[in-house]
Design a binder for this molecule. Sequence first.
Ligand SMILES: *Cc1c(COP(=O)(O)O)cnc(C)c1O
Length: 405
Amino acid sequence: MSSPPVADFISREARFGARNYEPLGVVLSRGEGVFVWDTQGNRYLDCLSAYSAVDQGHCHPKILAAMVEQAGRLTLTSRAFHNDQLAPFYEEIAELTGSHKVLPMNSGAEAVESAIKSVRKWGYEVKGVPDGQAEIIVCANNFHGRTLGIVGFSTDAATREHFGPFAPGFKIIPFGDLAALEDAITPNTVAFLVEPIQGEAGVIIPPAGYFTGVRELCTAHDVMLILDEIQTGLGRTGKLLAEQHEGIEADVTLLGKALSGGFYPVSAVLSNNEVLGTLKPGQHGSTFGGNPLACAVARAALRVLVEEGMIENAAVQGERFLKGLRSIRANTVRDVRGRGLMLAVELNTEAGRARRYCEALQTEGILAKDTHEHTIRFAPPLVITSDQVDWALERIAATLTQDFA
Ligand SMILES: *Cc1c(COP(=O)(O)O)cnc(C)c1O
């Protein structure tokens, strides 16, 4: 049985769909572990992992089993009633992350929006900021999602252009600059919202000690530190949370993406008692947030992450991958960055757009995604083996030494 040609799927998508993405010309129909297959049966090593949502590998059998079992029993109750999956989910994620309170949401952007609402409320009701004056500090080149509240404080032109007017109350400072943070804080500052490593900006790692300093400044000025770990969290950087690389603790931690192993949209706001403690019945919610199917899937996703040693594997394979990328001698390469399995190769601008290299990698059996014109990121599922890393490195080296310019 042959499937319709690839071009047919692509042209139908283009005809009927909003064209808010520019995908590579591959149509996928199956996934298992680190691999995906297209409709023609070609196999690829997935080096994007759906932007780190399938960290546990495609179609992980234990998460699948939990999902199927729960889907046949109870999927949605709304929060008007209790369900028997929510309490164990709360307990397990709180214990794993050392958090006191949990707010379940669906997409990552919703978790960010929920955190913004919560810290503002905390600011007015606990810190004593005059009503309507709360300020939140964010970083240039941030990526926190696509909702209106969030794109309003983006510094990326395409993200913002013609979507305004935007909500006030945000101040933008450079990432990795402690003095700028100190200068930006006022008595009305309620929170600093930041990614531990800027993912969409091209895997930008701040200077060592930055987050230790951030933690100190936030504590000294009674400012809630919100770490958006939607991409960096849950093992991606070789630790459960990226904050652990500097031994700090955020006041509010945002998780999403891999929280469901890619099966289902599940996100969460984790906080100390104070911040989420300000929310009272009726003040925030979501029909699907905390539903039993989401909770069962997330519980399984967290369990396999820990029980199958994926976090440790990310640290080991990440180091191997980074070392391999650094040893590639190609004049197309300007910089190589990474922590754990969150890796990026920045190309020289003369090398042309990174997309052409991603298209070349596709023909070599590797799916990777360009970001910001000249950067290729590599973020395979955390279950990748040494042999698979070496296999990928050989093909990446061959591709980067080609000249497309
Ligand atoms: C992906 C991402 C988001 C948004 O998550 P969605 O599920 O796409 O809404 C927010 N913050 C960071 C750091 C992300 O990588």
